[in-house]
Every structure is written in structure tokens, then in C-alpha cells.
Write a protein that binds this ligand. Sequence first.
Ligand code: GCU
Length: 428
Amino acid sequence: MKRKSWIFIFIVIIFLLGGRIVPAQKVNFDESKVPAYELPDPLILENGEKVTTPGQWWQQRRPELLRLFEEDIYGKVPGHLQHMSFRVRSVNRQALEGQATRKQVTILFTGDDNGPMMDLLIYIPNKVEKPCPAFLGLNFYGNQSISKDTGIFVTRSWVRNNEAYGITENKATEISRGVRASRWPVKMILEQGYALATAYYGDIDPDYDDGFQNGVQPLFYKKGQHKPAPEEWGSIAAWAWGLSRALDYLEKDENIDAHRVAVMGHSRLGKTALWAAAEDQRFALAISNMSGCGGAALSRRRYGETVERINTSFPHWFCTNFKKYNDHEDSLPVDQHELIALIAPRPVYITAAIEDRWADPKGMFLAAKYATPVYRLLGKTGLPDHAAMIPGHPVMGTIGFHLRPGKHDVIDYDWQQFLIFANKFLKK
Ligand code: GCU
């Protein structure tokens, strides 16, 4: 063969591998090519009956929807912990130049100091009335990555390698202190009177596909079980479960008002925040930053990331049953507007960025809109009628939304809106 042909074959192979064998033409960024689709109605029961009263929603439709999301998308949590305990490992009342009290609490999932555990870092504003409201969110690189504060314990869990952050051999070091500080404007949050609690998602389940041998899933295996059943939890459901365990601790902390905790997350952790709020009604408010496919974006639009693509790139995120819907979105019994509806009547804020087409900004806006009938049934506004996707013009009903210029990230602008939104609902 000629040299040119070899180069051509080489390029084709690299292209296919880069797309993880899913042909690249399947990723659609062209609005005119979004297929026609019909969304399931959040207010019609599986038996075809219409839901017209809040009672029917709470007693029939909501449990039905929750079960469908559990069994077909995220997976069910198979049990309860019997011996979980909390260890307050450090308290510093003069953290961040006296602005905050910094607590570090280890949640021992089995009560065993050598067993699986999650480190919760909490900053509590010093100069406000207690108990105060809080934001709770998972982070991607360990608690030490959110601030330069040298008192934060460096995570000892497996962390994704990142040379720029000094993480090699999957171990975080001092170099990673504050590398993600731009995503966590701690001072701004404290100044507004909120505590901030965060934990590393890899403490709950390391984010790679190992057939569920590590992470919390094995804690619940029955005799002879080696992996979750097809309707049992993947990593997103495990991370969401971890957020609920963090809330279990916050309920015990006298400085925090656990009835006013907003659960927040970005991207895969934005999917996680939505699912956590759907599963656990103790969360007072939810914030999903650019959560995209499997988060706030409608799956049936197949714009940007698709069900097949996400299940191929991240086979461990959802339950095995979800794979049945690869390229079969129309047979899904639910769509993601109904995930938002499961949070009703509690406030939920959804964001998108113009350059983040992968996460389908319009698909997220439409999901917010189509969740609204459930909010209205429960006497709330949902997304206001005048809402539109205008960059720089956030809308804030019980469902809030903003589209901002720029990329897939969490920036100060996003947090400024989260705080305005939270102030409407969580301030006394
Ligand atoms: C990938 C993935 C998204 C996810 C994102 C993230 O882009 O395809 O679904 O939201 O990673 O978590 O950063």
C-alpha cells in the first residue's frame, strides 16, 4: 500500500478510538436535525389516568416515577447502613482569617476506622446567627483542591491523575491545594451567611469502571453477589447516596440548619445533585450546573451527548438497565423533565453555557419548562411563563435557569446566581 493510504487508515482508526467506537456522525449539534419526539407526561399515570390533585401526585405518580428512575436509569440503593458513625477530626474556630469555623468530620460508613469512609469539610461563617443554611456539594479532586487553606486534610483516596495538579500514581499531594478554588468561592458564600460543606466524590466511589469492586457498592452485596443487579445503583446513585450521608451528619451539627441545605453539583456531579434531591426530600433546594445528558437535559432530543454515548464512555455511571435505551430513547418510560419534577415543590436551579453544546442547553431549558406543570399542581410557579434562554438574563421562579456565555465550568457568575436564588428561599 502507498504511504498515503496508511496515513488515511491511521487517521480513521484514531478517529474511531477517539469517539470510543461510537461513530462521530451520531453526535448532533444541529438543532434542525433534532428528531421529532413525544415526551411522557409527568401528570399521566402509567395506567393512563390523569393526575389532577396533589394527593394523586404524592400517593401515586411520584412513587411511580421515582421507581422508574431507580430501576431504569440510576439504580436502586440496595439497603441501609447499620453502623455508620461520625468522627469530628478537627475544629478550627479561626479559619480563613477568622471568617469561619472549619470542621473536618469523617463519616465512617461501617463505623470502623479502617473501613470505607468519607471526609466532610465544613466552613461555617462566624459572624451569623446559628444554625445557618448551607450549600453541600461534592468535589472532583479532594477537599484540599477547593481552597489554599493549609489546614484541610489532603485526600488519601484514589484520585484521577492530573500532572498540572501534581497528581501522579492516583495520589493527591500538597501541590493540589486550591487547584479548584475558582469553582468554590468560599468567602463569597460565607459572606452571604451560608456554610459550605463538601466531600470528595471518590471517597464514595472512585470514578472509573472496575466492575464495582471498590466504592460503597460491595458493602451491600448479598452472599455470592459480585456486582450490582441490573436495577441496582451505579456510581451516580452512589455519589447521591453519599450526599445524603453527609446530610445525616449536618442534621447532627448544631451550627447548621439541616432544613435549609442546598445540594449543588457541576456536570456529572450536577446529575448527582439532581438525583440526590429527587431521592432525598430532606434537601431543601437543588442546583445543577451544566449537568447535561442523564442530568437536566432531555434524552429524547439526542443533541450533544446521547444515552448511548454516555453509557459507552462511562459504563459505571448508571444502572445496567439504562443500557437498554442506547439509541432507543423513545422507549424510555421517563425523560429528564420528570427528574426535575421529582424535586417539586422544592426550588431547583439549572444552568447552561453557550459553548457547552455537549450538555444541550436547550434540552435543559425545555426540561425545566416541561417539569413546570407539576410545580403548578403543587401551587408553585416552576419556570415563569416569560422565561426565555437569554444569555445574562437568569430567570428565577421555583425553577430557575441561566444560560451564560463561556464554557463548561463553575465560575463566580454561576455562584452569584446560586446565592441570589438561594436567598429567595433559604433566608429567614
Ligand atoms: C463528560 C461527560 C459528561 C459529564 C462531564 C463532566 O463530558 O460526557 O456527561 O457531565 O464529563 O462531568 O465533566
